[in-house]
Write a protein that binds this ligand. Structure first.
Ligand SMILES: C[S@@+](CC[C@H](N)C(=O)[O-])C[C@H]1O[C@@H](n2cnc3c(N)ncnc32)[C@H](O)[C@@H]1O
Length: 419
């Protein structure tokens, strides 16, 4: 099983330029790591860390906007595509078929980066508008100088991956085509798919149709189709509906074959949410905002809940004040965050520690480890936690390559045992 990618069509020179461009901006930051409960945040360049993180179910990418908002944010959107290219390539490399990417930005920044996302096999699903409301500009608009309507929105684009599955005749096909090709290989008419599923005509109408009414077969139906095909199809050296040729796909494997989605009625792609105020907004002693781009936890919790389950892994490559890590703690997910700026990292670390102590104390002792990897000052619990998280990451990434996914609860259990 592989994931759809079109990177062959990216001109090599453009890729090289992107890497050079990015390499020139890299800092020599000493990596520091803080782990608390199921969350790990690092003072690091995300590009250096992806390969060490467990494969994600959710990626929340809230990076540069091309507005010069924080150190490292390019002053215009023109450079954003090149800036993001190596990150996007890495997200594609380490993702699962169940992964959803939530890409934040402003309209022009997202539009500029979209072709790169697309080239790396990220399939566009929807654009969400964060409407901050009129309060966002109250008292801030000079009608004498402004030459457009005031902007009170940001956007969050949702992307998913498409799994390419192997057929018995050596092809790799998207799920919909794979279903048809595998059934054709059995030599049986499509009408038999209804018998396989125990329905009158729903299987042909839904799972094998070639029009827009196509449905992803639910896991139990997929198992029935595979069992029927293997029992009644003509003899073959490669099992029907199999990921490895040896055995038919199981309901559990099938469940992880597309991006997760938990629907909530009443929520649309317009998110009316005021900018953060009150206690949630982190401020310094002079009441100045600590980070210009802090995002509302409510929105991060919404996208995490919609696209993952408790125990799943969230990536937050561009941490800022690590709002995704906080949202992950609140929703029972694992999270890997990185923040490159040494001024922001301690603020994020304190915030995450504070959140964990509110959520888990005093009943449960808190697991916390802070160390600098560069000089190996890893000791006691920290060393144990590091080894454990690293082995979880490499196991999950290994499984990503060989099978399809992992039992997410295993990871959660492993972490619990460690505490
Ligand atoms: C838009 S802000 C994120 C705000 C965050 N969502 C929050 O709610 O606090 C983007 C952050 O990404 C950080 N950043 C930029 N490039 C990075 C990189 N290569 N690795 C890690 N962090 C990076 C910036 O320093 C900045 O703090």
């Amino acid at each position: 099983m592989v994931l759809a990618d079109q990177t062959d069509s990216i001109p090599a020179a453009a890729e090289e330029r992107a890497h050079e461009h990015y390499a020139a901006k890299r800092t020599d930051t000493v990596i520091q790591t803080t782990r608390v409960k199921s969350v790990q945040i690092e003072l690091a360049d995300a590009l250096d860390r992806y390969e060490t993180w467990a494969a994600p179910t959710v990626i929340i990418a809230d990076g540069p906007y091309g507005l010069g908002l924080f150190p490292g944010d390019p002053p215009t959107p023109a450079d954003l595509a090149e800036w993001y290219a190596p990150h996007i390539a890495a997200w594609a490399r380490y993702s699962l078929p169940e992964t959803t990417l939530w890409f934040w930005g402003n309209e022009i920044g997202w539009a500029t980066v979209h072709p790169v996302l697309s080239l790396h096999g990220w399939q566009y699903r929807a654009l969400h508008i964060w409407d901050k409301g009129i309060g966002h500009i109250a008292g801030n608009v000079n009608s004498k100088t402004i030459r457009r309507f005031p902007v009170v929105t940001e956007v969050c684009a949702q992307y998913v991956r498409e799994a390419l599955l192997p057929t018995g005749d050596g092809q790799k096909l998207p799920i919909r085509d794979w279903l048809r090709a595998e059934w054709v290989r059995t030599g049986m008419p499509f009408s038999k798919t209804n018998e396989a599923c125990g329905v009158k005509n729903a299987a042909t109408r839904k799972y094998f149709t070639q029009d827009h009414l196509w449905y992803f077969p639910p896991p139990e139906m997929m198992e029935r189709l595979a069992a029927y095909a293997n029992a009644h199809g003509r003899a073959t050296g490669w099992h029907y509906f199999s990921l490895d040729g040896q055995s038919p796909v199981t309901a559990e494997q099938w469940e992880h074959m597309r991006a997760k989605w938990h629907h909530t009625h009443g929520i649309t792609n317009v998110w009316s949410e005021p900018p953060i105020r009150g206690q949630e907004r982190l401020k310094d002693g002079d009441a100045k905002c600590l980070h210009a781009n802090q995002k509302p936890l409510r929105l991060f919790e919404r996208i995490i809940n919609a696209s993952s389950d408790p125990g799943d892994v969230v990536w937050e490559p561009f941490g800022g004040l690590c709002s995704a890590a906080v949202a992950a703690l609140r929703t029972g997910r694992l999270c890997y965050s990185s923040e490159i700026n040494p001024a922001y990292y301690p603020l994020a670390r304190d915030r995450v520690l504070q959140e964990a102590s509110t959520l888990f104390a005093p009943q449960e002792p808190m697991q916390m480890a802070t160390f600098a990897e560069s000089n190996n000052t890893v000791g006691g619990n920290s060393a144990k936690t590091t080894t454990r998280m690293k082995s979880i990451a490499s196991r999950r990434n290994r499984e990503r390559k060989t099978t399809l996914s992992v039992a997410q609860s295993d990871i959660w259990d492993s972490l619990d045992q460690e505490q």
